[in-house]
Write a protein that binds this ligand. Structure first.
Ligand SMILES: [Zn+2]
Length: 416
């Protein structure tokens, strides 16, 4: 791990013309993660960028459904010239493959749309590649050597916002830089009016950098804390943290108080070992505990642990639905027709209800002929209410407070 100045949680913002620093995470090549505070602006962003053909074009990379029922990932390129936009879209698709190969993304990939936004740069490549003296004029002002750290790939946050706004919806934002040099950054706590909560920057031509985005979505989607810590940070003295994956409690107390990840204690975790209460986490080597020895919230290239996986799935369903249909919910259907719904996640169960009564024979049927319902004459002439209720029964989410988000229902009216 590189020697860095750790910025403690809740550090006072620095004075000066940049007003407020931006918290970012730094990802070393050995998988270690640290933090730094940087300017949200890039010193390498051209003040008046030239108007370049194709700039701001949006291409769907993965389309699974409407933006209101899916989690929309926006990928923006930097350091790609007008002639390199095909390369950008190929790099964007490769990054999505890398990200979606990790669980729980792999199981839940049907919940996502992916949009590529072309940001056309005047020059190819980014500042700081291959060396510190290299400066390039790019659309987002990406640069290595941010905060004097070679692998820290910073970006201009406002420029990212302008391009993200061009996509139909932005729930997650990923900046792919035109470079093969390992690096990236995780911007936590980006409060965007568009609704996304973090930005990950990654090297488009480096096959390990997609892991940076996976870790970063642990914060934005999973609301997870970091499980790494710094020597010399001392002992945490504060109150019980809000995040689900760090705690002041030992395993025994967690069990006794039914707190935090107590339901998972003793289970075998996908990142190795069993879930317990391991000392160190949330930047402190003592006073805070984490669920497993070494999940992706501590080191890149690892799996989420069981509590982390549960939080990620719940996070997916904050943005995406268990059931969708191309037939608009709330519309009135003729009883001579058929109705089809889509269940994007394997194993999802489906039940149909007519005016609140379950039609048991239709369980798990995704296409139903409406004539088979044998509807009685419609009450008060308004038609019958037909409802599809879909539930993801995954055993990976066991907290009763999270389970309701794993059920979605859609209703229509059917006239006799
Ligand atoms: Zn982190």
């Amino acid at each position: 791990m590189t020697a860095l100045t750790a910025v403690p949680a809740g550090a006072a913002p620095t004075d000066g013309p940049t007003a407020r620093g931006q918290q970012v995470e730094v990802f070393a090549e050995d998988g270690g993660i640290t933090r730094a505070e940087v300017s949200p602006a890039s010193p390498y962003l051209a003040e008046r960028p030239p108007a370049l053909a194709g700039d701001g074009d949006v291409t769907p990379i993965v389309t699974n459904g409407g933006t209101d029922t899916k989690l929309d990932v926006v990928v923006i390129g930097d350091g790609y010239t007008a002639g390199e936009q095909e390369k950008f879209r190929a790099d964007a698709a490769a990054k999505w493959r890398e990200l979606s190969a990790v669980e729980p993304y792999a199981t839940y990939r049907g919940l996502f749309n992916v949009w590529a936004v072309d940001a056309v740069s005047a020059e190819s490549g980014v500042t700081g590649d291959p060396d510190r003296a290299t400066v390039r004029n790019t659309a987002l002002g990406s640069y290595f050597w941010c905060d004097d750290i070679e692998r820290l790939l910073c970006v201009d946050v406002k420029a990212v916002e302008r391009y993200a706004a061009k996509a139909p919806q932005a729930d997650l934002v990923l900046v792919v830089a035109n470079t093969a040099k390992y690096g990236g950054a995780g911007y936590n706590d980006v409060q965007s009016p568009l609704g996304y909560e973090g930005i990950a920057t990654v090297a488009g031509g480096n096959s390990r950098s997609g892991q940076i985005a996976v870790h970063e979505t642990g914060h934005s989607l999973g609301k997870l804390a970091d499980e790494y810590f710094y020597d010399g940070q001392g002992t945490y003295q504060g109150a019980e943290p809000a995040e689900s994956n760090i705690s002041t409690l030992t395993a025994d107390r967690m069990r006794g108080e039914h707190a935090k990840w107590y339901r998972w204690l003793g289970r075998t975790s996908p990142d190795g070992g069993t879930v317990g209460s391991y000392t160190g986490g949330g930047y402190y080597p003592a006073g805070l505990q984490r669920p497993t020895e070494n999940s992706i919230m501590r080191s890149l290239g690892r799996e989420f642990n069981l509590p982390g996986r549960e939080a990620m799935i719940a996070g997916f369903y904050r943005h995406a639905a268990t059931v969708t249909s191309t037939t608009r919910a709330g519309s009135t259907l003729d009883s001579a027709g058929r109705l089809t719904v889509e269940l994007p996640v394997p194993g999802t169960t489906l039940r149909w209800y007519e005016d609140g009564r379950e039609l048991v024979q239709l369980r798990d049927h995704t296409t139903v002929p409406l004539s088979s319902f044998g509807f009685a004459p419609a009450p008060r002439g308004i038609g019958h209410r037909l409802t599809a209720v879909a539930t993801d029964p995954t055993p990976a989410v066991i907290d009763p407070a999270l389970r309701p988000s794993l059920t979605t229902s859609l209703s229509w009216w059917v006239t006799g």
